[in-house]
Design a protein. Structure first.
Length: 495
């Protein structure tokens, strides 16, 4: 015998008891018992195919032999995932044995791991072991299979699985989340997260297409989406993304209350590494704000760690992920007018979202980014689980600035930058371009075409407060203007 094939489509299992696995498939393999030089393939149309050199043709489920099926292989369709098994049935006496015991015609037998199955007819016989191996598999509409290695994490916007792309072995992350309601025609639209990532990477491609051959637009430090699909039957969205090493919480564990009392002013990550991360964070925000998108859920565990490391600082690349709360600025305006509550993570929501005027702008991302960078220095989630209403009261006490100013090895430039991001008055707070233009972040040696692109976006009409725009204008030239050079800053952007 030279071919034993896997069950092709792995037979979808929907288990009410395991809702997070309802989108997964299940596969088992039939593995040869004797010969080691077997060839493996995949059969068509959900049929098991067994062939042997001594047979004049393959034996195949559904194919008639002498007017009757030789044998059949069936899935018991059990709703309980763990007890779902394969069974095998024989259509003629004397043609099949399991562990040497003949299987009578029309009698079925559940197959267990390592069962020896022998097939016989008048001309040939062969046997094999049924190897029973559970495997969760994602299957995309392009018939790409992704073996699920483990559940990587769960959050408010879905679950993320560590997977390997079958055949090529590429490690990826697949996010499973609730999809929006189906269209009137019954089709399943993609989620807002999938749409946002598609828009972002289409823009990167567009920018690259404008460049001369060999030149590349800088990575926006946003998670890359390779593929996405949604199932209308389960209202589930799947997004295939880069696999990360971890997130910022893994890099800088949260400091306990006891640690704070013993060493309240100890830096948790060297400033050069925090600066490297801060530049990645600011660039990502600037890019999505240039597209009139607001992430809406900036926090340390939504920033993923990727390689290669920064050659100067040894810091990971910090990549923005989880766009489940992402919205267009126009949508936020409508929410504000309708006074709909802003949905975000407690402790990271900007204070203005709880004001009577319900101010929702891209500045909420800058506020949360400032808290994230503050965390990298201190290991302290500044407002922990405080609501937006309580944040202002806590912030006005200014104890966090006292802690930062007393913390060893933090420059005044870094503190000044954080003050710009964490300004309580959103009219005075940095926007993402102003943050990128801050002297602590900005570097003449670090060419960044995002600055020019964002400046052009602002020139066409920006959502940023007028008081903030001067700081951004200073960055249009290759070197920042000297303090007080207001005319050059003004003339750069204004028509």
């Amino acid at each position: 015998m030279n071919v034993i094939l896997t069950i092709p489509r792995a037979l979808t299992v929907l288990s009410p008891s395991l809702p997070t696995f309802g989108h997964l498939t299940f596969s088992a393999q039939l593995v040869p018992f004797l010969d080691s030089d077997q060839e493996y393939g995949q059969c068509q149309n959900d049929r098991l195919v067994i062939s042997a050199p001594s047979l004049d043709r393959p034996v195949q489920i559904g194919r008639l032999r002498d007017g009757a099926d030789w044998f059949t292989l069936t899935w018991n369709r059990a709703t309980e995932f763990d007890s779902s098994t394969f069974s095998i049935a024989c259509s003629r006496n004397g043609t099949m044995t399991i562990h040497g015991i003949p299987l009578a015609a029309n009698q079925s037998k559940k197959l267990q791991d390592n069962d020896t199955v022998e097939f016989r007819d008048t001309r040939s016989s062969f046997r094999l072991i049924f190897s029973y191996r559970k495997k969760y598999v994602f299957r995309s509409p392009r018939s790409t299979l992704y073996d699920v290695v483990k559940l990587a994490g769960e959050g408010g916007n879905g679950a993320v699985f560590f997977c390997r792309q079958a055949g090529v072995g590429r490690a990826v992350a697949i996010k499973s989340a609730q999809a929006p309601s189906v269209n009137a025609d019954g089709t399943q639209p993609p989620s807002s997260e999938a749409q946002a990532l598609a828009l972002i990477w289409m823009e990167v491609k567009k920018q690259n297409d404008r460049l001369p051959a060999g030149a590349r637009w800088p990575e926006p430090n946003i998670v890359r989406m390779y593929e996405q699909w949604a199932y209308a039957q389960t209202h589930t969205q799947y997004i295939v993304m880069d696999l990360a090493i971890g997130n910022l919480f893994d890099l800088v564990p949260s400091v306990s209350v006891d640690e704070r009392s013993v060493a309240p002013y100890t830096i948790r990550l060297p400033e050069n590494k925090v600066l490297s991360a801060a530049r990645n964070i600011v660039d990502g925000l600037m890019f999505i704000h240039m597209l009139d998108l607001v992430h809406g859920d900036i926090k340390p565990n939504n920033y993923l760690l990727h390689v290669p490391l920064d050659p100067t600082t040894g810091m990971y690349r910090v990549i923005l992920a989880d766009f489940g709360s992402c919205k267009r600025i126009t949508a936020l305006k409508k929410m504000s007018v309708a006074k709909k509550p802003y949905i975000g993570t407690p402790g990271y929501m900007a204070p203005e979202v709880a004001s009577p005027s319900h101010v929702y702008t891209p500045l909420v991302d800058v506020w949360a980014a400032g808290l994230t960078i503050y965390y990298l220095f201190t290991g302290v989630s500044l407002f922990r689980s405080a609501t937006a209403e309580d944040v202002r009261k806590i912030a006005e006490a200014s104890k966090h600035w006292t802690r930062l100013e007393r913390t060893e090895s933090i420059s005044l430039g870094a503190i000044s930058f954080l003050r710009g991001c964490l300004e309580l008055d959103h009219n005075k707070r940095f926007n993402s371009l102003a943050a990128a233009s801050d002297p602590w972040i900005y570097s003449v040696e670090r060419a960044n075409p995002l600055l020019d692109a964002m400046a052009e976006h602002m020139k066409r009409g920006s959502e940023a407060p007028a008081q903030v725009q001067k700081r951004a204008r200073d960055q249009i030239s290759k070197t920042p203007p000297e303090h007080g050079d207001q005319k050059r800053a003004r003339d750069t952007l204004l028509p």
